[in-house]
Design a protein around this ligand. Sequence first.
Ligand SMILES: NC(=O)c1ccc[n+]([C@@H]2O[C@H](COP(=O)([O-])OP(=O)(O)OC[C@H]3O[C@@H](n4cnc5c(N)ncnc54)[C@H](O)[C@@H]3O)[C@@H](O)[C@H]2O)c1
Length: 287
Amino acid sequence: MLITGAAGNAGSVVARMALDAGFDVRMADIAPPADHDLRGAEFFRCDTRTASDVDRAVRGCDAVVHLAAWHCAHEPPVSDETIFAVNVDGTFNVVQACRRYGVSSVVFASSMAYGWGSVYGVTKVIGEDLWRMYHEVTGASVVQLRYHDFVPKQYLAWGSMLLRNGVDRRDVASATVAALRGVVDHKVDLFRTIVHTNHAMPDEVAKDFASKGRDWCEERVPGSAALLDRYEIALPAQVEQHDLTEAERLLDWKPRYGIVEFLTDLQRRDARGEDVRSLWAPGQTPD
Ligand SMILES: NC(=O)c1ccc[n+]([C@@H]2O[C@H](COP(=O)([O-])OP(=O)(O)OC[C@H]3O[C@@H](n4cnc5c(N)ncnc54)[C@H](O)[C@@H]3O)[C@@H](O)[C@H]2O)c1
């Protein structure tokens, strides 16, 4: 199977997880992944804007996880022209190569930015439509994953982000590999799901987190209210939650890392006297 964008933030973890799950992984990206433990896997240098690169990368693969894209959070920023070319032309080239080689299992990285509010958002609209067309025309099993934000952050910012539409990169990767299993086993025809954190928080707490959140955190992780103060972690007014039961039913996937896991981890590090202010989120380094 092929992973495009395999050297990226999601791609490198997806590749590692897919290898661990026993998949025969081919990675494609414009440059090889930095991680040493991925050096053993097959790597194709491939600019998805170039049809012949994509053809070479897809040939011989029965499944494709298409992650290669630019998004809006890169520093310095990527131009809208490049975002459009990579996310739309690049995706089209992958679709065409999949048709040529009869690929019957596809996972596509969409985004919660899907929509008409930015060029990037529109590229995900077009991307989802292209893969929908691919499913309609070929009958391939396709899963589209609308990830929430998992741009690398420092440890405390990451914890805070989990309450503000962030999702842990490990959950992004496990959702992607679960989707890969789902399409390879043809358990789904065309399925789309949001990939988000699940704090298992009652609705009345989520809707009024500003006043109820602190007590809820303290109840779940005794001592955490003091940690929120010490590390100046501000609570949002509300916490967005999604019903992810279809993803669990169809893909056997559910997220593992929410605010409770973060606070438990923070407590452990705090007790050890770690300088958490200078840490990055688990396994993450800056872009
Ligand atoms: N990071 C997020 O918060 C987030 C949120 C929602 C959706 N997504 C989507 O998830 C996917 C993965 O995102 P990420 O955070 O890992 O991004 P990333 O920038 O870390 O990784 C993307 C990879 O694509 C590669 N790439 C760029 N242009 C290419 C080209 N022309 N040909 C081949 N490879 C190319 C890059 O080299 C990079 O390794 C993307 O499709 C992105 O739009 C990301």
